[in-house]
Design a protein around this ligand. Sequence first.
Ligand code: SF4
Length: 332
Amino acid sequence: MKQRQAMHYTMDGDTARCFLCPHKCVLKPGQTGICRVRKNIGGTLYSLNYAHIAAYNIDPIEKKPLYHFYPGSRILSVGSYGCNLKCSFCQNHAIAHGNPGSTVIGPQDLVERAQEADGSIGIAYTYNEPSVWYEYVFDTACIAKERGLKNVLVTNGYIDEAALRQLLPLIDAVNIDIKAFNGSYYKKVCSGTLLPVLEAVRLAAGYCHVEVTTLIVEGLNSNPNELDRLGEWVSGVDKRIPLHLSRYFPAYLMDSPPTRLDTMTAAREVMKKHLDYVYIGNVAGVDNNTYCPGCGAKLVERNGYGGIALIENKKCEKCGESINLILKMKEK
Ligand code: SF4
């Protein structure tokens, strides 16, 4: 496949300035960005991972995680390699920071596979960071949208505002990580900054369905006061945004013990003061059903990665509360 020229950069002589993400790399010919997947080749910036698929599965939508977007559905989930953050605990470091094998699948071909995939509602761009796979995500999402498929992003939100604004009209749902409500954590643990991520959450909430994930790492971002401020901030965008608190397990460069279960449940209690829907991830046997914030009626039943909606529209049938839930149309 022909190399794809990058979007969102300018040239100053033969030096490229990439504006795709807040790193804003300045790249002389032959240089590659922090993400490892955008390179100045002879005075033109190219996407090196365009159409390179390093991970490919048909997953339950709950696995993204998206709990309020077509519960019980499946979605073709693809990822490439490269990332613009370097989180010490990265669960997907083999593709984010390694050199995995990949298969080339063009946008048209991927959309056709998604249409043929059994029960899939569309395409999720996930596993590695889709922001640094921008051109492929953009080209594929355009075709997928034309064909009536759903486009889902699972992202760290570390993307420039103009680039995100251009992509969001194609996107139906997004799960954005807020890794901590703490700038020094972003700097030390992830090699990034918090503010652009918060801006991405706020911007996305104006365009599509949004859920947020925070990985709780014992002692690093589990402080109740910090979590309280995070919950308050998210509720300021929309208290009906589902928040996923995910339990940390050792991975990549981080070998401290897994986050304690009582820390996870305490974090959930803090968040529930601010938000209507708070879930715990990476913990077996926890109650992750959706309950009506008005009357407590059970609305979606979840078991592992399965989800069954118990209501047929976006209102609680018991008390009439409006629910932030996108449901599959009933087949006729
Ligand atoms: S997308 Fe990559 S090359 Fe562009 S600014 Fe971000 S890290 Fe640098």
